[in-house]
Design a protein. Sequence first.
Length: 338
Amino acid sequence: MRAQLHKVLGIAIIIVSFGTGWLLMDLRQYMQTPVPGLAQPLRYTLTPGTGLSAMAWALHRQGIITHPDYLVWYARWQGRANHIEAGEYEFVPGTTPAQILDKLVRGDVIQYTITIPEGWTFQKMLREINENNKLQHIIKDLSWREIMARLGHAGEHPEGRFYPDTYHFTRKTQDLSLLKQAYDAMAERLAREWRQRATGLPYRDAYEALIMASIIEKETALADERAKIAGVFVRRLQKHMRLQTDPTVIYGLGDQYHGNLRRRDLKRPSPYNTYLLRGLPPTPIALPGGDAIHAALHPAVGNALYFVARGDGSHQFSATIAEHNTAVRKYQLKAHRR
């Protein structure tokens, strides 16, 4: 009787072992086989609080995966079932259940981008952010003063305070969070450049360098001219000459500027009219990039005090007013006669 019982137990152990081995083999094969329902990329949002089992069955009901329990069992067996991250995911044709699980555990969610170019104003940047439908908007109806207060910088003027760059974010990231990232990036870049600045500059603090950088950003798009233009403006400040730069006047005109700067505009009083006032304007006039900031703090050595646009994007630099007037007649008056 005992021998017969041992025989039955032995057979049962063999059957269980065989069954377990077959199940594990089938499970591994399932996890490494591309899911059958992905004929095209699928975007799926895993909401916070949703477990793996609920997601697996949701994908099963959509016809994306078979055997949802296999995915759950495998994740539990590996101790990863409770480590998935909420967010928006994309699964492409050829994806296996194992790769789905890996994505969920890594939090490899879809990343969106927004690009803020150099030279934009704060208002233009804000419009771009407000029109982005992937962001969660919480500052859309706030004034710039309220926005700066929300960022923890109450009383600061926002112009020039945000670093122009391409930023990556996930769906429903708050717009305020994106602004904070851009603000912090500018603060870090400006602080680093200020620590490494050249000696003898006519700036009282880093903020004045930021103002200068914004003017340089608007004056030229040519990389090899930024330091030269910075040199002109620095020398003019040192000699207590007016900067006489059109971009500051245009900024001061605001909505009254329609693409053509007139002679009477240069005589209109404004805190930004550098034809009438000496020194820097009260705030930046745009978002300067890193190269413009570097140029403002490392101006080119020379004797030029003037420059005029050649009409091809470059500028003619002059050391004397006589040379400058000649250049104006050559490049600007000739252009007007065409």
